[in-house]
Ligand binder design. Sequence first.
Ligand SMILES: C/C=C(\C)C(=O)SCCNC(=O)CCNC(=O)[C@H](O)C(C)(C)COP(=O)(O)OP(=O)(O)OC[C@H]1O[C@@H](n2cnc3c(N)ncnc32)[C@H](O)[C@@H]1OP(=O)(O)O
Length: 725
Amino acid sequence: MAQYARSPAVAVIRLRNPPVNTLSFAVLQALEDGLEKADADPSVKAVMICGENGKFSAGADIRGFSSPNRPVKSLAALVSLIESSKKPVVAAIEGIALGGGLEVALGCHYRVAHVKARMGLPEVTLGLLPGAEGTQRLPRLIGVPAALDMITTGKHIPATEALKLGLVDEVVEENTVEAAIRLANKVIGQPLGPRRLSLKPVPKLPDMEAFLSQARVRVKKQAQGCLAPELCFQAVRAATQMPFADGVRRERELFMVLLSSGQARALQYAFLAERAAQKWTTPGGASWSSATPQPVRSAAVIGLGTMGRGIVTSLVKANIPVVALEQDLEYLNTGRKAVMLLLEREAMKMEVGAQTLDFHNPARLQFTVDFDSLRDVDLVIEAVFENMALKKEIFHKLSRICKPGALLCTNTSALNIDEIASATSRPQQVIGTHFFSPAHVMRLLEIIYGRHTSPTAIATAVQLAKALKKVGVVVGNCFGFVGNRMMFPYVQQAVFLLEEGSRPEAVDRVLEDFGFKIGPFRMSDLAGLDVGWRSRQGQGLTGPSVPAGTPARQRQGQRYSPLPDLLCESGRFGQKTGKGWYQYEKAGGRTATPDPWLHSLLAQYRDTHGIEPRFIDQEEILERCLFSLINEGFAILAEGIASGPEHLDVIYINGYGWPKHKGGPMFYASTVGLPRVLAKLHKYSEAHPDVPGLQPSAFLKKLAAVGNPPIKEWMSYLSQQSSRL
Ligand SMILES: C/C=C(\C)C(=O)SCCNC(=O)CCNC(=O)[C@H](O)C(C)(C)COP(=O)(O)OP(=O)(O)OC[C@H]1O[C@@H](n2cnc3c(N)ncnc32)[C@H](O)[C@@H]1OP(=O)(O)O
């Protein structure tokens, strides 16, 4: 709602809809009523609009876009109503003015912002455009280049930058509301025409056409398959070509195209899924709502390989003092140099000096080979390579050295957290923190609780993720956890497709066209084929521990492809060796080219094993890879390893390059339709009965049997099932 008050001659309208003052129907109605009241009252000479609780407004309610009663049209009408007011209207922007919130402020004649406020038009990130005339007003206020940048990227800008751009008239450090009332009193009686953005011309550029065509290329490149950036561009271009009213009509048409697109639904789901994933629960009854995190005032990182370096960098950026430990001085010095380089680069990117991050200060970042230096830290992240014996040895040591209460985290992508915890005397404080490479860049942090992990430990790890500006997703302990466990069948299908007749470049192209940043074979070359090889050796799937007489293409009664092992045996580990599924210009090269050697290896392999190659179309490639991944997702949900499908989707969007505008694998399955996913899995598993990953999971079957229930209802079917058992 909006609250109306008076500050002698100035009417004060306060937007009130906690927690972020979204513009619900009720808020818009109350705002309109407030404006009418102010207009009708002759003693009111000016109006000031502000938000409750130190926040102006986060814009339209994202949960309301799918509602047929969404208030977008009335928002545009209201912004026009504000602008046409005969009494000056001043916006007092504290905290945030985003989306429709900023559009309301653009309708005001003046804007005052608190120095800590942020402003933006993030609609593009939700698959939309600023549909309350924002694409037409903003270029008139700050010029086309700056407006296009804000509208097509959705970035939030700080108040100081907004002042430089002319987006706000004043930035204050103290009371924004008082400053806005002061300004309102000052401008009473001044002409409003020049302050009405709809009446202003769009500032000219020396060569607008050339600017727009270059900008369009840039926008297309950044869009990566997303429709909204291009349509945002078209709406801003309309502002440069048409009078305001026509531009508004064009904006409306483009908005309707986006609103009805599947991409907008997927992106809005992704926004809400990220928030839903913060609300973790465990089958044991622990929950985000009752667990309290411990403060993390200092941390240690063990191991300064690629992952450890990134983790140290993340902690320093989050202002958490770090002790970085290596096994000997040689490794320590190499690690130290690499970390310093990363931090210098980060300081440059953040446009702050080394002194701001303060990483030359040993009180902030200390390098050591002495385990005793870990005695007082609040949290340790072990990031040595994936070797259970080594990890257990380290955790045993930590359990003796670290202070009581210190959280002991292991950075692992698959190893059993309970087994690692068993090496300590405090398994309740042991937790898995699976960072993604590069750890200072990737947003995802998979947080894995073991059998004994305490709710406090989980809450502390979630809090740490927030401090590191990452998305922490809490999951249970199983081989590969959630992300890699779903990835195994996907990669497995890709390799089976090669056996049956396809090529790495054909499979990659289909999945990259779908929207993955890189396909499974390019990804495998980038990560290094030796990583999986070592893991398969450890599981006894390949190498000397495989019993004599085991068929080459079978393990544990199921089809197995030894192709990746064959590549590793010939020293083809991917980019690092210059050869893998592709060939590269040199060892460490990045440009993948299809490799005739590999093509003849595939032909020879098929001959040896009597496989008749066949043409495999794009549909089969896509469905076998994606549906097997999704199928595993259903098994994970049924086992209680994750609290809901949103968690899986957040993991895939933030850690595995899943295209956000397709909402994550489980959301995608819901858009394809669960009965269709099931029918396709049946078809492929019948054609390839011994290929793992294609047998539909029981939970998928159960959901498909009731049709295609909305994704938010899926988990309720699971509890119905359990309660009957
Ligand atoms: C046409 C389209 C128009 C006119 C629009 O306005 S589209 C909406 C444009 N606005 C946005 O995209 C803003 C989205 N929100 C954010 O970026 C952030 O939430 C925030 C910067 C406003 C606050 O961030 P933070 O402090 O980290 O808190 P949370 O992100 O956890 O949010 C707190 C709760 O508020 C809910 N929320 C936030 N914004 C919206 C919104 N626009 N609509 C509905 N709900 C919103 C968010 O979901 C959190 O609620 P819970 O999930 O915890 O219940």
